[in-house]
Design a protein around this ligand. Structure first.
Ligand SMILES: [Ca+2]
Ligand SMILES: [Ca+2]
Ligand SMILES: [Ca+2]
Length: 396
């Protein structure tokens, strides 16, 4: 079953993260502190262990099981020296390591079998400074070809099988940067085990559905700006965003109703923001987008530091040009794969980001409260209705 597979994957990911946060190897894991969460260097900081650079006092080259050589570093959440406003999508925990230029990260381990499975995440530094390549070394000798990152790459999974080892023998594992330029790869969640790693979480995906009325699979209406918002959700906007009746038609240079939409819809103006939040985790979201512009931006975020930011034509999966055409309207659905989302932020760097009728699906496919009520009324069991209403009120 898809749902239980997703839950298993999430559970596995949670277990790995918990072990990484504790700064210790979990059962079967041969490396310590594979998530680089130890030592905690604090929000907004970075440090080159062993060098006198960074935003905290020097801490020495040997940290949490790893040896940092050259300009290898640890980056804490919110450190704008390394990724600006938002961490790369897929970041796990609050910290990661980074290979700048020809630096290296290494750790000794004792093999428990002749063949071991190595897995890790990598991402590219933004600003055109993430085009790094690096190799995996064992006792100083390359055991892989070059792995590479590109600027702005989100975190993605890499795997490598280490073979020909001797159980009980000690080895030194290293990640060696190769770039002779100032380029940096981010490294996180390094796992080494004689057990195959769990499958990577299913990645998010985008589906362009078409007209306003056709919701995504298993989605229910959350906010259409005409009726009360669904229970368990809230929608907030600042002074740069407002709800406008589509029946008013075009407000030239300011707002264009999504095609065919005579009802209330949302307009986010230059510099404006609107935010949808959910008490429960969402598996998918869709909304009806009109007159797509290059400067429209949407950011989905949730548990485990998951964040997914899309701008311009990327919001439409690249299938529809974002050129401000007021005749273009599409319902677009965003499936978060095995990730959970409970916050959706809409912003725009120009007039305007116009959308309507946000629908969604809760993780696990739990029906919306209204559906529960209808189902229960269908059975005609008043006692059940009362009990269910109490259940609903817990997250209203
Ligand atoms: Ca980490
Ligand atoms: Ca509406
Ligand atoms: Ca627009």
């Amino acid at each position: 079953m898809r749902t239980s597979a997703a839950l298993r994957a999430l559970f596995a990911a949670t277990a790995l993260t918990a072990a990484a946060l504790a700064g210790q190897a979990s059962a079967g894991q041969l490396l310590t502190n594979g998530g680089f969460e130890s030592p905690d260097i604090g929000t907004g900081n970075y440090t080159y262990p062993g060098l006198s650079y960074g935003t905290i006092a020097p801490i020495g080259a040997n940290q949490g099981g790893w040896t940092f050589a050259g300009s290898a570093l640890v980056n804490g959440t919110g450190s704008n020296a390394w990724y600006g406003g938002a961490a790369p999508a897929g970041m796990v925990g609050a910290q990661f390591a980074a290979l700048q230029a020809t630096s290296s990260l290494s750790q000794a381990f004792t093999a428990t079998a002749g063949a071991l499975h190595l897995s890790w995440l990598d991402a590219g530094r933004p600003w055109g400074m993430g085009d790094q390549s690096y190799q995996v070394l064992l006792n100083g000798a390359a055991v892989s070809g070059a792995f590479g990152t590109a600027s702005n790459d989100p975190f993605s999974l890499n795997t490598l099988n280490l073979t020909g080892l001797t159980a009980g023998a000690s080895y030194n594992l290293a990640f060696q940067g190769l770039a002779t330029t100032d380029d940096t790869a981010f490294i996180d969640e390094v796992q080494l085990s004689d057990v195959l790693p769990p499958p990577p979480p299913k990645a998010p995906s985008i589906t362009v559905l078409g007209d306003d009325a056709t919701l995504g699979a298993n989605q229910f209406m959350i906010e259409d700006f005409d009726h009360p918002i669904a229970a368990g959700f809230s929608f907030a906007q600042d002074g740069g965003a407002y709800v406008r009746p589509g029946a008013l038609g075009l407000d030239s240079g300011v707002s264009a109703p999504p095609p065919g939409d005579l009802t209330n819809y949302e307009t986010v103006l230059t510099g404006g923001h609107a935010v949808l939040t959910s008490v429960k985790a969402l598996q998918s979201i869709s909304f009806y987008l009109g007159s797509p512009d290059t400067y429209n931006k949407v950011r989905f975020s949730g548990a485990g530091g998951f964040a997914w930011t899309l701008a311009g034509a990327d919001i439409l999966g690249g299938l529809v040009t974002a050129n401000g055409d007021q005749g273009v309207g599409r319902r677009v659905s965003f499936d978060f794969g095995d990730f959970n989302v409970n916050k959706v932020e809409f912003s725009s760097a120009g007039n305007s980001f116009e959308f309507d009728s946000i629908a969604g699906q809760l993780r696990g496919g739990v029906p919306e409260p209204a559906t529960w009520t209808m189902l229960i009324l269908g059975f005609g069991a008043v006692g059940t209705l009362v009990r269910r209403r109490r259940t609903v009120s817990t997250f209203a």
